[in-house]
Design a binder for this molecule. Sequence first.
Ligand code: GDP
Length: 326
Amino acid sequence: FRKKTPSVESLLKGILNQDQGALSQAITLIESTALKHQQQAKQIIEGCLPHANKSIRVGITGVPGVGKSTFIESFGKLLISKGKKVAVLTVDPSSSISGGSILGDKTRMEELVKEPNAFIRPSASGDTLGGVARKTRETIILCEAAGFDVILIETVGVGQSETAVHSMTDFFLLLKLAGAGDELQGIKRGIMEMADSIVINKADGDNLKAAKMAKNEFNRALHLYPAKESGWAPKTLLCSALKNEGIAEIWEVVSNYFETVKGNGYFQYKRKEQNKFWLMQTIESRLKSEFYANPSVKVELEKQLKAIDENKTTPFAAAEILLNLK
Ligand code: GDP
């Protein structure tokens, strides 16, 4: 027995009344591949847009095991104690590709889940990272319209998901561990460059000394990067998500960042740039999916691939034929 989905109007009204049930149901429409649901989702998003944009969006990344969910639990609880409403979304392309998920099983963030002012939604599934990212962006709009003022978007430090999350957040936090060997080995340069703050987690017990050393090393490395367009100098911090230490200091840094970038106009500028980026992305993905869905393209593509195999054409000539199909 499945309950009928409520109307667009009642879902929209529910979201604006900060009803989490309505919010969840509307997100399910966003995630659905059914055409009817997509049309309903579009109407809901449009209805939410005038009420969105009032949050701060924080991206959190780090390798599996670094302590992301433990951190979000502590950080989220602190924010709630300060009167914030916190939504936690995840971008986890592994859940789509392998069927399993690196993030997002139900037992994570056990305490935060119980808070009435917290909303936790695991990653949408999708064939591509682009698809997952689009759904997450639309979900952000709904969460904002539902009154959530801090949106935490978590992703794993593998693949391209950090770039996607960076392009939909205002502040990017990289969680790291102090470990054996060279701290700076094995992190992709691009990710460090995106970070507005590097937080060394598990700075507790026997780990504390190594964590302090790692902090110095990261600080030195950060100084080698050119100054950021935001006018913000990234900060390296220590914390123990498990023992709830250093969390308030991180919130202070995040708050300082928002003061800085709202003051100098970068906040508004970056959001506009992100919207332009997503406009282009949306066009690209729509053109691409429409192109490949065209039955004559499907037939001709097979032919042209075969022709290339047999050295009977060039990639450029083949592309020309395919792109000119109606
Ligand atoms: P995630 O995969 O990044 O989400 O990591 P989890 O939050 O699931 O944490 C992985 C493991 O590290 C768990 O066993 C946590 O209890 C542990 N952990 C997380 N934060 C800390 C911390 O600050 N100190 C210590 N000692 N352990 C931690």
